[in-house]
Design a protein around this ligand. Sequence first.
Ligand code: TXA
Ligand code: MG
Length: 323
Amino acid sequence: MYNVILHILKKVNNLIYEAVKYLRHGDIVAAPTDTVYGLFGDATNDNAIKKIYAVKGRPSYNPLIVHVGNIKMAETIAEFNNESENIANYFWNIVKKPLTIVLKLTNNNISKYVTSGLQTVALRCPYNKIAIDLISEFNGPLAAPSANTSNKISPTSYSMVKNDIGNKIPLILDGGECNIGIESTIIDLTKKPYIILRPGGVSKEDIEEFLHTNVLFNNNNENNTIIAPGMMKKHYSPNLPLRINAKEPNTGEAFIAFGNTNIKYDANLSVNSDLYEAARNLFYTLSKLDDPRKYIGIAIMPIPNVGIGVGINDRIKRASYKY
Ligand code: TXA
Ligand code: MG
């Protein structure tokens, strides 16, 4: 048994070394994070970053998040003050929740394609062993968007990455299913009041409790402004139409329930009405039911709009947007 574990550990380590070799050559690899799988490339290498945009079919004006192994690495990239350092320390090191912080960029070596030419940079330290091992072994910052074709559902398992972009990249590290299941929360710390640009795996309530002050949601995104382009109206979409706030399925629709219900469902995000469990199951469930041979559409029950329910509702609203 012990030998088997050692063998597996060695295999994982070898794959990390292999991944780092690709990264050093300006190639890109997919790997798990705590939230969703990411498509990683050397943040200082223009060619690597161009490959990320090409594989995803992502517009170049949509900047990427830079992943760091610790605060020290982050401090070589952006301007921190006491408060931003405390925020990073609390969410990255203490509670280990997925918070991405936007700060003023100070490092000329970060590719301009990462930031889409902005003077700011989005930084996060993922709480996932494979992601952290990858960054440590590479010994530098890695840019990564979610490892999916632009506008499609973000992948939360190895096979979701493989089915979507597996034939376009040299390596996918398999870390099983992601623990959080929706992307990180992005907060802009460059000015006050702080603004949440994208709701996600850390709730507004958690952030406010730590800061002892209110933060705002970015609500001016109805006209597709690119403050955080994950905020475009249509995003995260399955192929089938998605109907939200459904009480029951229409004929031919797959039905996704939340909580204890008497209505017959095809999947339940959380029988116990646990929003963390629902977030973890969301993208996987959507991708599993996204089968036009079986269904004409997908209907999903209302999800409470509190805590990380706000992040879940943000994703399903964008997934349901038709144009
Ligand atoms: O959980 C996550 O955040 C995942 C994993 C892989 O880390 N990554 C992710 O990346 O969701 P992506 O590319 O799908 O979304 C990144 C978001 C985009 O909405 C982008 O506009 C925003 O981050 N962003 C990046 N740099 C920014 C900046 N300087 N200012 C404002 N928003 C920025
Ligand atoms: Mg994405």
